[in-house]
Ligand binder design. Structure first.
Ligand code: CS2
Length: 493
């Protein structure tokens, strides 16, 4: 039987550093993305320039990853997959693990420890507890109201950060940077707004807010690397390449990008050594990535999902999907973005086409289609409103919303098929409640678009809702390919 990955069993060299130094960073949300992204840049930064930047890895609830990290002396592997072949790297950058739900006091104390200078986070769009209509912290929602009622035992990451910041202030533990690594518009500003609104709603010691304003920073950042979920095939391939069993390998594409605003309150690793870019134009990069990559990704996943395509490359391999995405990119997304200086959009798009065609990586259609109610908020309303204000209906954005509805909350009698069934939608019950009793496709779609799932400004645009309803009607009666054709024809007419 193959031996497990551990320091005793692994004799090769790790990527970055071996024996990571004392922790100077803590990461909330120890999923695959962090382990193939910020962790890699941090390892390379420490290898090049040293620094006490070992990472405390924090899982929200599940013991699965942290248990395996502990069992493997914090080692894990990254399996890079591309048409050029595969390679495996072993990482050693985490020093300690915690599970927030079980060790809340330790987590709060750890963030308040003066040795910690940066908290990074990948808590997904869901973790920010933002109200979908107002964009403010959802203080009346179940999660935040529970934390506000019992602020010493917070369950949300926002509440945990709130409690830890108060602890840090009281202990005079010094300044801190909180760096969001999620796919959000103005990720740093959004994280700052959610944490500030939480702290405004809870009791804080005197002088706290001045300290918070002066000593805690939230840089914006654009993060990018396609990192699918781990499968048995990932584990088998790593076992074959390493000769050891890794319970938690991470598959990833070769491409990786991180553009960060250099606004750190207490120092930072030399991430530029790993290829990170420090820039004053981060928000422009964020929009480029959120729309051109993530927004198109959503369209690929809903069109492909309804067409029975299990992977992003198989979906993108369909001509009708490629045509719709090309149209979305060139007529609906690109004109909506003030591009960063020197940025070549067509080269970026050509590279995206390659990345979406990575069959070796085989990113699952259902992964990208999951959490649509939260992701679409970052990807649809602003560019849609821009076109509506110009008197044009954004056909592809309407098609994307229609595809999402058809996959996760279809009108009665329509079965979107097995790929859609694998998509995880946190708002599923609310969507079902909102649409119960809708007598027509039009009423079904109105109940969603106007039912608290999108900002008011978009919900009020009848021409958009109507077009979404047209597409849902076509998808459910004659199929997704006909709906795509109608979207392309409307534009050409
Ligand atoms: C994807 C992203 O989940 C999604 O919707 O678009 O996870 C995407 O793969 C990453 O943001 C790539 O950096």
């Amino acid at each position: 039987m193959t031996q497990p990955l551990s320091k005793a069993n692994f004799t090769g060299s790790v990527l970055g550093v071996s024996a990571p130094p004392k922790p100077g960073m803590l990461h909330l949300g120890i999923g695959n993305f962090h382990r193939a992204h910020a962790a890699v840049y941090t390892a390379k930064a420490m290898a090049a320039q040293g620094g006490d930047w070992g990472i405390v890895a924090v899982a929200n609830r599940s013991r699965r990853v942290v248990g395996a990290l502990d069992a493997q002396d914090h080692l894990y592997s990254i399996l890079e997959l591309s048409s050029a072949g595969e390679r495996v790297d072993v990482m050693d950058v985490h020093r300690k693990t915690l599970v927030a739900a079980e060790q809340t006091d330790q987590l709060i104390a750890q963030i308040a420890d003066p040795a910690i200078k940066i908290v990074t986070m990948t808590i997904s769009e869901n973790g920010y507890c933002r109200h979908p209509v107002t964009g403010d912290l959802d203080v009346d929602g179940d999660q935040i109201s529970a934390d506000l009622a019992d602020p010493a035992n917070p369950r949300t990451s926002i509440g945990q950060l709130g409690a830890a910041l108060i602890g840090r202030y009281s202990d005079e533990a010094g300044p801190l940077t909180i760096l969001s690594c999620d796919n959000l518009v103005s990720a740093g500003h959004t994280a700052h707004k959610m944490v500030s609104q939480y702290l405004q709603a809870t009791a804080t010691p005197s002088g706290f807010h001045d300290w918070f304003t002066a000593q805690v920073t939230f840089p914006n950042a654009m993060v990018d690397r396609i990192v699918p979920g781990t499968t048995d095939a990932t584990r088998a391939k790593v076992e074959q390449l390493l000769g050891l069993t890794d319970a938690i390998p991470v598959p990833a594409e070769r491409f990786s990008m991180w553009v960060i605003e250099d606004k750190f309150a207490a120092g930072r690793p030399a991430w530029e050594e790993g290829g990170a870019i420090f820039s004053d134009e981060v928000e422009a990069y964020e929009l480029v990535k959120l729309r051109l990559l993530n927004g198109s990704h959503s369209l690929i996943s809903y069109l492909g999902g309804l067409d029975g395509q299990p992977t992003i490359p198989s979906s993108f391999g369909q001509d009708f999907v490629r045509e719709c995405v090309t149209e979305l990119l060139n007529t609906e997304y690109l004109p909506s973005i003030g591009l960063p200086s020197g940025f070549d959009p067509q080269a970026y798009i050509a590279q995206l086409f390659d990345r979406w065609s990575n069959h070796a990586l085989g990113d699952a259609t259902a992964r990208v289609g999951s959490d649509g109610s939260l992701k679409l908020l970052q990807r649809v309303p602003d560019p849609a409103l821009r076109m509506l204000d110009l008197g044009e209906v954004p056909q592809q954005l309407a098609l994307m919303v229609a595809g999402w509805i058809a996959c996760v909350c279809p009108p009665d009698g329509f079965d979107p098929g097995p790929i859609a069934a694998e998509m995880i939608e946190p708002a599923k019950d609310r969507l079902a409640a909102a649409t119960a009793g809708a007598g027509s496709t039009r009423a079904h779609v109105e109940a969603i678009v106007r039912g608290g799932f999108f900002p008011e400004a978009l919900a009020q645009r009848d021409e958009f809702t109507e077009r979404v309803a047209d597409f849902v009607q076509i998808i459910t009666t004659s199929g997704v390919r006909d709906a795509a054709k109608a979207a392309l024809d409307a534009r050409r007419a």
